[in-house]
Design a protein around this ligand. Sequence first.
Ligand code: P6P
Length: 338
Amino acid sequence: MSGYRKTLTHFLIEEQRLRQGEGVLTLLLADVMTACKTISDLVDHGELAGALGTHGTENVQGEEQKKLDVQSNELFKFCNTIGGHLAGMASEEEDDIVTVPAEYRGRYLLLFDPLDGSSNIDVNVSVGSIFSILRCPEGIDTPCAEDFLQPGTEQVCAGYTVYGPSTMLVITTGDGVNGFTMDRNVGEFFLTHPDLTIPEETKEFAINMSNQRHWEKPVQRYIDECLQGTEGPRGRDFNMRWVASMVADVHRIISRGGVFMYPIDDRIREKGGKLRLMYEANPMSFIIEQAGGMSSTGRERIMELQPKELHQRVPVILGSKKEVERIVSYHEEADQEA
Ligand code: P6P
């Protein structure tokens, strides 16, 4: 049990003391965690809380919204409005940004996917919340969408909560990655996985194989070599996992290594990819890089992309550094040949 483990609050206060922080981030994260704890409880109760099934609406992505998508989004907005730390919010579930009333306005911007992988919620498979925190640009009191369009390198904090067999929070403020487990009885997150680091090597890849015929050549080549195992150029066998819940797949990679791929393919080329840059790829890339991994579109470091619009999509290849380096080199070779 939690015993005398460090709480998330204690951990953040210690981190900020070391970095002469003003403590606002700790207070802001407490509000984010209130939303995540409540979502965890809804997910845990499932149909008992009337939380399953569709809401009968579509979001800005044109995706069918589950009841929990809508509830989670409302929770994130409610829990993070009156705290006084945010100038504005952006959500996967909101067409435009959400401005905070002037009397509650602070200096940070919060971007989030309130319930990622929600297609899994009705079949009781792990889902999660993803969040990213940026500074509101100096001199801006009422931010507009353009004020959110900052590269991933500008993030001051990124994290996800995975609602799995246990509810865990994995977070970085730019000084490594730490994991916390929620004690449901106490309603608090306790430090259980300090200094998470991703093994540079791996024998596990995560990709939706049903899209294989649509992939570009470098991705085809990489996966083919993995499938050839000991008989192929890699000289070893690989394992495959695909939860279809990015938080669950990334958490496995943070925990034991691996490479996660949602590459560009012919079906989604004009959209730019499947996963969203601002509140999925960038926060996950910050965490992966801080844990010693690598995150790329296949051609560019994701965190250096200059966002062009709030719900922009990008190809994502992230995880164990040596595997991502190999995949990037395959892209370089293919582009040079072309
Ligand atoms: P597919 C969930 O909808 C999500 O955005 C990510 O969490 C997940 O990795 C991906 O889409 C799954 O996509 O095409 O395999 O259903």
